[in-house]
Design a protein around this ligand. Sequence first.
Ligand code: AMP
Length: 125
Amino acid sequence: MPVDATLPYDDQNIFAKILRGEIPARRVYEDDFALAFPDINPQAPNHILVIPKGAYVSWDDFSARGSEAEIAGFVRAVGTVAREAGLVTSGYRLLANTGPDSHQEVPHLHVHILAGRKLGPMLAR
Ligand code: AMP
């Protein structure tokens, strides 16, 4: 069910449960601002999700309410995860779905890192 990114944060969403350790995830990276784990339904050979530790519904919410430290920390974490996964030379794609038209499914901001094959055109036509 696509997410309405204007709704208040729901702390029962699945990524909030992963952050609290209530649902398992293979933590490939973690610091004060971000957590990264593999997508459960990978769309590419490398498909990693990076989420901020703060309670933000979407990119819209985070970019409006996140502190300078949270935003800088999160952006650096996304880059670090991709670099540590060895994806820079061959390349990778970042995706952050926001709201119904994007088909956002989980109402906690997540950036998809996709890599490991030719990813083709940016969007399905
Ligand atoms: P989006 O459509 O951008 O909201 O993407 C949500 C992503 O979360 C999908 O690619 C799912 O496969 C992924 N996902 C859902 N539940 C889990 C989980 N428990 N662990 C890892 N990835 C998940």
